[in-house]
Design a protein around this ligand. Structure first.
Ligand SMILES: [Zn+2]
Length: 280
């Protein structure tokens, strides 16, 4: 499934269609795709995992879901969901994707500051959104498109390994420093993903995703087919990714790691000696 960086690469490849007229339209989409015939592409944009072609008054939104793909100036054996033909025989083909139209201006439809690869990305806004959902698992929070548009399952697994946080940690139990790392790395890893993907070396940079051994310490990785509310595949290292859970966290039955209480943070002042240790 294409994650945000792959959509940015598509946006760059499709930039050549900006200011050009759609001359042919075909495909098995049930949407009113004919409305694009004869219209000029005004802008080529993306938001997270959404690829967007702006026309006067409306935009085409492509979401690749789990199995979608695209081809430019070539085809596949399967019929396209949508094919847009341009001059000089050029064609933009989309397969097995969701096709929708957005009426009106894209700036009214999207919060660009939530897109981890956008120039408008706002890390402070992301931290605020996270703090508003303290009960969420970090694995679910990273996949929340309203907070981290473009982050998909690979980026989720890799970011959590990079910042040494267990996927079942609670957002509200993360120290401020870890929360900031989570937000910063969601963007930074996305740009690494983008560079590696363009160079054709993405998979060899995976540390935990679809792997069995932690490159950091050699420990055998843990795997869950469905983790969190998102129910997505999770790969992590119990040796170097620490669970942050509120104490006393309600312990879910069947947890694979012992519910470790977060150790008390160092206080900024010295508590009076007569206080019992329980109040530290
Ligand atoms: Zn490890």
């Amino acid at each position: 499934m294409p994650e945000g960086p792959s959509i940015v690469i598509l946006r760059e490849e499709a930039a050549r269609f900006a200011r050009r007229r759609v001359m042919r339209v075909s495909g098995n989409s049930t949407q009113d795709i004919e409305r694009m015939r004869g219209r000029t592409v005004r802008e080529v944009r993306s938001w997270g995992k959404h690829f967007l072609l702006g026309f006067d008054g409306f935009s085409l939104r492509i979401h690749f879901m789990l199995f979608g793909s695209y081809r430019i100036n070539e085809g596949k054996a399967t019929p396209p969901r949508l094919a847009l033909g341009f001059s000089r025989g050029e064609v933009l083909n989309f397969y097995a994707c969701s096709v929708r139209f957005i009426e009106g201006a894209l700036d009214d439809a999207y919060d660009w500051s939530a897109d981890v690869m956008s120039d408008a990305w706002d890390p402070a806004a992301a931290r605020r959104k996270l703090r508003a959902r303290p009960e969420a698992l970090v694995a679910d929070a990273l996949l929340e498109q309203g907070t981290f548009a473009g982050v998909g399952n690979i980026i989720k697994n890799e970011v959590l390994h990079r910042i040494r946080v267990h996927p079942e940690s609670r957002v509200g139990a993360l120290p401020a420093r870890k929360l900031a790392q989570l937000v910063d790395q969601a963007r930074e890893y996305s740009f690494d993903f983008y560079r590696w993907k363009k160079a054709g070396v993405l998979k060899k940079h995976w540390q935990v995703h679809a792997k069995s051994t932690c490159p950091r310490d050699g420990a055998r990785l843990s795997f869950r087919r469905q983790l969190g509310q998102a129910g997505r595949r999770a790969f992590w290292c119990d040796a170097c990714q620490r669970p942050y859970v509120d104490a006393p966290a309600p312990r879910a039955p069947g947890r694979r790691y012992p519910a470790v209480a977060t150790p008390p943070r160092k206080m900024k002042y010295t508590a009076p000696r007569m206080h019992s240790p329980a109040h530290r």
